[in-house]
Design a protein around this ligand. Structure first.
Ligand SMILES: Nc1ncnc2c1ncn2[C@@H]1O[C@H](COP(=O)(O)OP(=O)(O)OP(=O)(O)O)[C@@H](O)[C@H]1O
Ligand SMILES: [Mg+2]
Length: 371
């Protein structure tokens, strides 16, 4: 469907997007997401309101998105995180025109997907989770065919530039079936960029890609972003989302349960561990350390968990030394996105289970009343 919509995209739509947006800095990311930020006057790259999807099917209606509201500011690398089945691909496929929404609205670069589908399609390039490459085309042919579908005239095509950006120049004329999995992903990114859309959407771009290639792919994404492309991606690699994304939305059971700049999300955890290795065995924890949250996993090891906003490492060390203990070594562990992700999704799962139980109890009462 995206191909059909794109086929109809006129040149005027396609050439609109040469100059996109300045590169994003962490403070600009926070600013763009802040309700009082100066950038909020700008139209978001993507905006969805009350977006709802309920799939039909044999097993009855299956809700995948529950009235989701989300604004993705221009110029960002924005991550959509969530466990399997959370609704990430559904959201992206609605933007791509591949899934029909049940309710709500979505705009892409200011164009409503219902009222201005051509302009909306021209503003976005999508690399779907499932790769579908025609094995008998070469990368060069594939990009030219795609550009033709979007109405980009031959003299305006950037085939060689795109192949170079994704590191496929030396494979330009090879059959696509001879490309490795990682090369295919990179070709799909180039394919999504032929009409110079201001927004690039990558659904699990590095799934099944080895560590080195993954780093290369992220670098390509960074280059595109630095040149002005807004990037929306989903990933299961939290470490990379943390490293790459300016802002992140966490989605679970079709609901957005957190959305903030990456820096602000991490600050939310406000938790650190300090592990101290002592030079001598310690029989029992000294009374003076009772004020701290501390565990002794082995005779020479103490693990303190503390809130950096309230407790300084120095205070812990002073207390330990004050007990006459000699410190041999120490390490700290900072909470990361994985900790936050697990904390938020498990809390949300708890709520969902409680709601399910309440609903089940309600229907049991209903059934009882009816009987
Ligand atoms: N075509 C479909 N028909 C019926 N149900 C579907 C369809 N596509 C997705 N779903 C259901 O909708 C929910 C959300 O699926 P979706 O593919 O959007 O999740 P996701 O977050 O992309 O997951 P993953 O991380 O595994 O890619 C899931 O429960 C899934 O089973
Ligand atoms: Mg998916």
């Amino acid at each position: 469907m995206i191909a059909i919509a794109a086929h109809r995209a006129r040149r005027a739509d396609v050439t609109l997007f040469r100059n996109h947006w300045p590169p994003m800095t962490p403070s600009a990311a926070a600013d763009a997401l802040s309700p009082t930020g100066s950038s909020t006057e700008a139209v978001p790259a993507v905006s969805v309101r009350q977006l709802t999807k309920v799939y039909g099917g044999k097993g009855g209606p299956k809700p995948a998105l529950n009235a989701v509201n989300l604004d993705i500011p221009r110029g960002m690398i924005f991550g959509l995180l969530g466990p399997n089945g959370a609704g990430k691909s559904t959201l992206i496929n609605i933007l791509a025109g591949m899934v029909i929404k049940t309710a709500g609205s979505a705009t892409i670069w200011g164009h409503d997907i219902d009222r201005r589908p051509r302009q909306a399609a021209a503003a976005i390039g999508i690399v779907p989770q499932e790769l579908n490459l025609d094995a008998f085309f070469t990368p060069r042919e594939m990009l030219n065919v795609q550009a033709g579908m979007y109405g980009v005239p031959p003299r305006e095509r950037r085939t060689d530039e795109l192949l170079e950006t994704v590191g496929l120049t030396d494979k330009a004329d090879a059959y696509s079936r001879t490309l490795s999995g990682g090369m295919r992903r990179r070709l799909m990114i180039a394919k999504a960029m032929v009409h110079s859309p201001p927004i690039l959407v990558l659904d699990e771009p590095t799934a099944g890609v080895d560590v080195e290639l993954r780093q290369h792919l992220w670098e390509h994404v960074r280059v595109l972003n630095r040149r002005g492309t807004t990037v929306l991606l989903t990933t299961h690699y939290l470490e990379e989302a943390q490293e790459l994304c300016d802002a992140i939305a966490i989605i679970n059971h079709g609901n957005v349960i957190a959305c903030d700049s990456t820096v602000a999300l991490l600050r939310r955890l406000d938790r650190k561990d300090l592990t101290i290795t002592l030079t001598r065995n310690l029989d029992a924890l000294p009374e003076a350390l009772a004020a701290f949250e501390v565990e002794q996993p082995s005779p020479r090891r103490l693990v303190f968990t503390y809130r950096p906003s309230q407790t300084r490492v120095r205070d812990i060390l002073t207390a330990v030394r004050g007990c006459g203990l000699d410190i041999g070594d120490l390490t700290t562990h900072e909470a990361d996105l994985e900790d936050l992700f697990l904390e938020l999704t498990s809390a949300d799962d708890g709520r969902t289970e409680a709601a399910d139980a309440a609903e089940a109890a309600g229907s049991a009462v209903d059934a009882g009343d009816a009987g």
